[in-house]
Design a binder for this molecule. Structure first.
Ligand code: CLF
Ligand code: SF4
Length: 495
């Protein structure tokens, strides 16, 4: 087996330590949202905007982290899936936070995180209310952060109702990533999602509320697109309410120039205290979500690696290190030290080229050797990031799912599961949950796995393989596929 062990060549000793620590930090990383396009698939200016943004580039999410600061508590609409009073550190969904920050504290926290997490590339403001409605705080936070860390990308997420008034400010601040949450383009559908909005000093309900919201969202999208700001549209998939309608939304936002469309499953439970949760409105199954995503092929590019982050999330997508950076742990005085981030960026530039080259070799060989009609395989991967198979099965709280066939290896989605192995001791019921999570999966690739879980997985028809530990995901997935099809192994070049 060729060993593509992560290459730290070119880093100083202290930087290697930092990097190794970062790569081995607890918590699972990765999964996906963002364009899967590579530099050759887009114009250089767009690539420059997305290449280090973990949400806008599927490739970047293996290497770069985002953080959110919860500076914008006020919101101007009510969504039936939102209750901002609910807070649980183990809960991970938009609108949920543990502590709200002033712009000054937020800027201090960003510096503290940037000094500790070299992967940090983006600061996002995603609530816990609406970043455009609570604009004064959002703008001041961005101003303070940009003053001290000019290379951090600024990003915001909004429902769009208050955005048109602030688009010129966005241009002045060089903000080139905005997420608009658009759940409908038909106000009739909107009446089932939004009980009210607050607009022009007045609370509005029913069809009037949804019509105004729709018009303002379309206006926001048009204004951003005209100005060259990349727009990602987030839509919450709500079975029986807007699931089929989201096909129309996908077409419309593509027509209006959205860069990406991120269709997210509704997260709904009675204990969240939301209208939908209390009414028993269910979220979609993984299969329903995939069916909708497949049906959207040909429309706006889909992001499939979204982790539905908390409004105070910190770290690689899929991990949340927010509890390491609560304000009581952030020093009163922090000075930004760019050295670690600069070293990390240099390392990533080399590493992603190596990875791309290795994946291209594997793909070309597979294309040439595998019959078109060969059935695809679904392979789950345990990873902490870096595009490598580098996580112990028992430590994985989610798996990245790849589909491989004669056309190549593609990231499909991530599946979350409980951490069945706590403190090194397996718990049978949690393993059962993991096995359920992996339904339909043929093979799992991980850095290590014990005999007991391996046997239980085998009994469920899932083969667990640790022979590709620390190799690139795509090359390993391709190798497994070739082996299953009885094709000779490809000796990929080592990094
Ligand atoms: Fe945050 Fe959103 Fe910016 Fe990313 S998240 S404001 S674009 S920096 Fe990313 Fe999190 Fe999904 Fe959002 S994974 S919820 S898509
Ligand atoms: Fe909650 Fe966001 Fe909807 Fe406001 S726009 S109600 S913060 S989900």
């Amino acid at each position: 087996m060729s060993g593509n062990v992560i290459s730290l060549d070119g880093l100083s000793v202290s930087s290697k330590d930092t990097l190794t620590k970062a790569m081995e930090a607890d918590g699972c990383s990765s999964s996906a949202c963002g364009s899967s396009d590579a530099p050759e698939d887009m114009d250089p200016a767009t690539w420059e905007k997305v290449k280090d943004h973990p949400c806008y580039s599927e490739e970047a999410h293996h290497y770069f982290a985002r953080m959110h600061v919860a500076v914008a508590p006020a919101c101007n609409i009510q969504c039936n899936y939102c209750n901002r009073k609910y807070d649980c550190a183990n809960e991970s969904r938009p609108g949920v936070v543990s502590e709200r920050l002033t712009p000054e504290n937020a800027a201090r926290k960003v510096i503290a995180v940037a000094n500790e997490i070299p992967q940090l590339s983006v600061l996002g403001i995603a609530g816990p209310g609406d970043s455009a409605y609570d604009w004064r705080k959002t703008r001041e936070t961005f101003r303070l952060v940009h003053q001290q860390l000019p290379d951090i990308k600024l990003c915001l997420s909004t429902n769009g109702l208050a955005l048109p008034e602030h688009v010129d400010d966005l241009m002045d601040m060089n903000i080139d990533h905005v997420t608009l949450t658009i759940n409908m383009i038909d106000p009739e559908v909107g009446t089932k999602i939004y009980p009210w909005i607050f607009y022009e000093h007045k609370r509005r309900t029913g069809l009037e509320a949804s019509r105004i919201l729709h018009e303002r969202q379309m206006q926001s999208l048009d204004m951003l697109h005209e100005r060259g700001i990349l727009v990602k549209v987030n839509s919450v998939m709500i079975p029986g309410i807007n699931d089929e309608h989201l096909l129309e939304v996908n077409k419309e936002v593509k027509k209006r120039g959205a860069f990406l469309h991120n269709i997210m499953p509704l997260i709904s439970a009675p204990e969240h205290g939301t209208v939908f949760g209390l009414e028993g409105q269910r979220g979609p199954t993984a299969a329903e979500l995939k069916k909708l995503q497949d049906a959207c092929a040909g429309g706006a590019n889909l992001m499939k690696h979204c982790r539905q982050c908390r409004a105070d999330a910190v770290g690689l997508l899929g991990e949340d290190r927010g509890q390491e950076f609560t304000m009581d742990l952030v020093p009163d005085e922090v000075t930004y030290d760019p050295a670690k981030r600069e070293t990390y960026k240099e390392w990533v530039a080399k590493e992603r080229e190596d990875r791309r080259a290795a994946a291209a070799v594997a793909k070309a060989e597979t294309d040439a050797a595998v019959a078109e009609e060969a059935a695809p395989m679904l392979i789950a991967v345990a990873t902490k990031g870096g595009g490598r198979i580098n996580q112990h099965f028992g430590h994985a709280t989610e798996f990245q799912i790849f589909e491989v066939d004669a056309k190549g290896v593609n990231f499909v989605t991530h599946r979350r599961c409980d951490n069945y192995c706590v403190g090194g001791y397996g718990e049978e019921d949690k393993l059962e949950l993991v096995i359920k999570t992996l339904e339909g999966i043929d093979t799992i690739l991980c850095a290590k796995i014990g005999d007991c879980p391996r046997e239980d997985l085998a009994a469920a028809g899932i083969e667990a393989i640790q022979d590709y530990a620390y190799e690139y995901i795509e090359t390993a997935v391709s190798a497994v596929y070739r082996a299953r099809r009885g094709l000779p192994a490809v000796e990929a070049e080592t990094a």
